[in-house]
Design a protein around this ligand. Structure first.
Ligand code: GLN
Length: 486
């Protein structure tokens, strides 16, 4: 066993007891990152990691992140270190500032190890569209299965026990979906709870900072470190940061959990259904009331088109600054238009171009009513329905996906209910800006399965409380892809 295999809480104990030093952890994390063959990294931060780690001498007993190695998704700005968004248009771009989430981790004396791969500019869910090619699921040594995206490299870093914590971003499900495919806890809190300053914008009305850990306790502990009001991000909440671990040891008496029947009906995988049922038993044993609730199926069918219309509209306008002049490599051309044309032609992959076309089309004056505004109305209806459920229930609980991590060569019917609803319902949490956490609940063919707890706005502590009851029962804590399971 290496101390690097521990969760943050256990690693912290070992650091405080001086059984291991931050420098030893940083060196080993860098070694593991470089030895990993899942294509998870954009760059290794040797210089920063080793100098920060070497400067940490006396353990800080009350600071759980002191000396803890971590990985950063490459769409968070890092001062003096290339930040590419896994896109050719930002190749070699070196920011002159740190994103606030990164700065807070550095202030807590955590040690950055590497920048991780993502679907290009965080658009996508398969981990294949980044400029370095596909990122693989470490649970599948044959490299046939994806880990999911867009936060693919960060998910690998934690699942392969390279670090116990990695930053990700979540606009539709980009932390919570890969977490489910990789046996991890993936958390995105309430919209505005964590500052997004320095996170490259995708669709700001849906964008959240999120993160991966290998236990619910670690997830609860981490939030207090990176949450909080930030004057650099006017959308960050002014609510005080809480002790998010405070309910972890409390049972679930008085807690009401809703399972949406029409979403469950679109899931057919018997292993997932069985593992999910067992986790409901765990919730009931811990004292919760769990009920089936209803949600208009036609409305559920609008989740994905609504998400695509709104996110593509927002991203095409937010990424207008990626013109080949302000950031990244210079492309040839005699006029501004020519440089921009060449930069955007060579700099973006097909998927990005397609999304810009969809977004621009939805925003054209003649289309706005039928596309963009209609999508906004659907979003409102979905959010209202969800908030109605959350008037009587503390949380909504569902499988995070209808399958284990798909194979790269698998294709799915994009108009099926399974795809439109079961594969995309996590976007709920982004439409409504609600705290939402995925955690492991089982395995099929050695691949992990996840479920998701979504709570009321700013009730993160309760989301952790519910998730902890499930983790206590399954025992799926600190899972690592290094161990094979069936
Ligand atoms: N999979 C979604 C998409 O394709 C979500 C991406 C995200 O959350 N960043 O856009």
């Amino acid at each position: 066993m290496s101390y690097l295999d521990l969760t943050i809480t256990d690693m912290h104990e070992a650091l405080v007891a001086k059984k291991v030093t931050p420098l030893e952890l940083a060196k080993e994390a860098l070694e593991r990152a470089k030895a990993n063959n899942d294509n998870a990294f954009e760059g290794y931060m040797d210089e920063q990691a080793l100098s920060i780690a070497a400067s940490l001498k006396e353990p800080e007993v009350n600071n759980p992140f002191w000396g803890i190695p971590f990985v950063i998704k490459d769409n968070f700005a890092t001062r003096n270190f290339p930040t590419t968004g896994s896109s050719n248009i930002l190749k070699d771009y070196v920011p002159c500032f740190d994103a606030t989430a990164v700065a807070k981790l550095l202030q807590a004396h955590a040690v950055p190890i590497a920048k991780s791969t993502l679907d290009e500019l965080a658009m996508g869910g398969s981990g294949i569209t980044g400029h370095k090619g596909p990122t693989f699921n470490p649970y599948d040594s044959k490299h046939e299965r994806m880990i999911g995206g867009s936060s693919c490299g960060s998910a690998v870093s934690v699942a392969a026990s390279i670090v116990p914590f990695a930053l990700g971003s979540d606009t539709g499900d980009s932390v919570r979906k890969p977490a489910g495919y990789a046996g991890l806890v993936g958390m995105k809190p309430t919209w505005g709870r964590i500052s997004r300053y320095g996170l490259f914008p995708f669709a700001p009305s849906l964008d959240h900072v999120g993160y991966f850990t290998r236990s619910v306790e670690d997830a609860a502990l981490s939030l207090a470190v990176i949450a909080g009001r930030d004057l650099e991000d006017s959308t960050s909440s002014t609510r005080p940061v809480e002790d998010y671990t405070r309910l972890l040891k409390t049972d679930l008496k008085g807690i009401r959990v809703a399972v949406i029947k029409e979403i469950m009906d679109t899931i057919t995988n018997p292993t997932i259904l069985k593992a999910f049922d067992q986790s409901i038993v765990a919730l009931r044993e811990a004292g919760a009331v769990v009920d089936n609730v209803h949600f208009d199926k036609r409305l559920l069918g609008t989740i994905y088109p609504t998400y695509i219309t709104i996110s593509c509209s927002e991203v095409t306008s937010n990424n207008a600054n990626l013109d080949g002049i302000k950031f990244g490599p210079r492309f040839e051309g005699n006029t501004y238009q020519e440089v921009m044309f060449n930069a955007r032609t060579a700099g973006f992959s097909e998927l990005i171009k397609r999304r810009f076309v969809i977004g621009s089309f939805a925003l054209m004056r003649e289309n706005q009513d039928v596309l963009f505004l209609r999508a906004q109305k659907c979003r409102r209806k979905i959010v209202d329905t969800l908030n109605d459920i959350l008037k009587t229930y503390d949380a909504v609980y569902l499988p995070s996906a209808p399958t284990i991590a798909p194979k790269f060569k698998d294709s799915h019917d994009q108009l099926s209910d399974e795809y439109l609803i079961a594969d995309n319902h996590l976007a709920f949490g982004n439409f409504a800006g609600l705290p939402s956490l995925t955690l492991p609940i089982g395995f099929e063919k050695g691949m992990p399965l996840g479920a998701n707890v979504m709570g009321r706005a700013f009730e993160e502590a309760k989301v952790f409380q519910i998730a902890q009851a499930i983790e206590n029962k399954t025992g799926y804590r600190n899972l690592s892809a290094k161990e094979v399971r069936v």
